[in-house]
Write a protein that binds this ligand. Sequence first.
Ligand code: ATP
Length: 230
Amino acid sequence: MSLGHSELAPIGLFGGTFDPIHHGHLRPALELYEILGLAEVRLLPCADPPHRGRPLAPAPFRLEMAQAAVHDQPGLVVDDREMRRPGPSYTRDTLESFRAEFGEHRSLLLILGSDAFLGLPKWHRWEGLLELAHIVVAHRPGWALKPGAVLGDVMARRETDNAEDLHRLPAGRIYRQQVTQLEISSTTIREILDRGGSVRYLTPDPVVRMVEGSPHYFSTPARSVARVTR
Ligand code: ATP
């Protein structure tokens, strides 16, 4: 079986706070699209992340940055459904909405960096996620994939090293994929911005222009007044 980008190929779903989006998100997303022969990868900025503090930038701005980052890249698209839904952005609800839209036979891949994957047992109704989608774990620098007992047990039952399973079945497998290791995080970008540094080459230029001119990522009193206005 060849893993081509057919119309019925799996759809990759890559959620995040994207506060802001950066090359550590984008390069793995593009590599997974190409290596796994996906129909597309949907980037899903969350409205209200349940497992962490409130993002610095408001949801519409994070959405706009994600759109600016991928506007000229075939295969990567931004999906705003989590922002259109009130309340916490539970992945389970997102997967159910994709399942309802694409039907029971279409393969869906939930893409997680290794840090997010290791935190999975803290997620809302996480055990059922594999009924709705496969999980693809993209290696992230600094996060060795050493799961605890509960996650380790799920991996023992669900892991596959055959990418064709992701095309053949609609859901239910865990697959690890090596991607180019880019030690970039939104936290580092926010820290650099706050001290007045440049974030060029950490994120695409359209995003650089948006964040360097935005009040959201600066904590000095004069700028923090503006932060709440957008
Ligand atoms: P923050 O520093 O604010 O926690 P982040 O850089 O970790 O943000 P998120 O938006 O929280 O970015 O991450 C969304 C998804 O992208 C998660 O699954 C995360 O594991 C993955 N991810 C983020 N950065 C990288 C990276 N450099 N390499 C691989 N995966 C990444």
